[in-house]
Ligand binder design. Sequence first.
Ligand code: KG4
Ligand code: ZN
Length: 405
Amino acid sequence: MSTTGLILGIESSCDETAAAIVSRGSQTLSSVVASQISTHARFGGVVPELASREHLRAILPVVRAAISEANISLADLDAIAVTSGPGLAGALLVGITFAKSLAFALGKPLIAVNHLEGHIHAVLLNQRQQATESNASSDPEENTLALVVSGGHTHLYRATPITANNHLAWHYSLVGRTLDDAAGEAYDKVAKLLGLPYPGGPWIDALARFGDPHAVPFAFAQIKQKLHLVGKTPRTKAAKTAPVANLDPHFLFSFSGIKTAVLRYVELNHLRVSMEDAKLNAESRFARRPETHAEALALCPQISLDLIASFQHAVVGDLLKKTFAAAESLGCTNLLVTGGVAANHELRTRFTAEANARGLQIAFPTFALSTDNAAMIAAAAWPRFVANEFAPLSLSAEPALALGR
Ligand code: KG4
Ligand code: ZN
């Protein structure tokens, strides 16, 4: 195994403190993730202040574990890469401050990585690793469309490899995105409505196979062109970094409607967790939350399982329809699907079947690299390391950092 081009990646943008050592953007020597799920579960979502505190606690042991599992010493590192955004400001700052201190103390270069580019490199890392192992060439695909679908994002990017001065870099252009909630956020909110634990995605994934996906006909409206936004100065930070006015409305997503539709259905059919339950304090409510998928299955009436299956079927169907429409319209023959929701079994099965039917290539990260991790950050840093694209020690957190234009 190569022990050159060693990059320590650090990720702390949300509720996972992660560190990894990756060699030349293609061989993972270690990948350590400390999840804060148990801290946030009581609140049914990430509490930013608690996230920062937990990152502070975890960062040193996690980095030490990554170094020791890789069987290297700090002096062997060639660079330190860290997520600089997007994410929670306080959470990002923990990783950034740690990375800067380490880079300064060791006299090693610092590399800033966009978290969304990291998710894309979770797939590219796999592909480069497989190519290295089988001595095949790993020429980057020209016509690549990437769907980043996670708890914070549902974004479609066209990713183009560019070779300049013998260095490979990637250029991204935004093709579509959600106008409101991310798909993972919808999973988490629907799970919460039904009294399932946080994060809800894996629970819904596990329970959906026991329900009828056609029981509740959820529909997604076609989003209209935001004509009134064309030529206007964007007013919010998010709109500034990723303006929707110039995007084809066929590739825009919206998941807040289905969340409300599920809420109405739950209320009408008394599926929740009644409104009284909602008013109970967190402790007594969570005392009744299931701890295993089998327990959840036993607790869910068939009507809830049908709702869960129908919700998932609709969300995956919408992601699929718009992603493949974008691929067709842009002539993209290679698809990368990544982010926490890319761990979803129905999504993987249906996307793979559709890609096969259309003769397109499709790739996902390994299950471990679908959700937040630092191997993807170290991998995304590799082309920047080769191109000497280093960050200054004045690097700060960019909570609304965009990828591509
Ligand atoms: O990529 P990630 O770890 O963090 C962000 O960058 O947001 O994604 C976390 C999201 C959560 O919303 C979680 O519920 C969802 O990914 N998720 C899933 C599955 N596993 C995680 N959603 C659907 N099916 C899954 N198997
Ligand atoms: Zn993420």
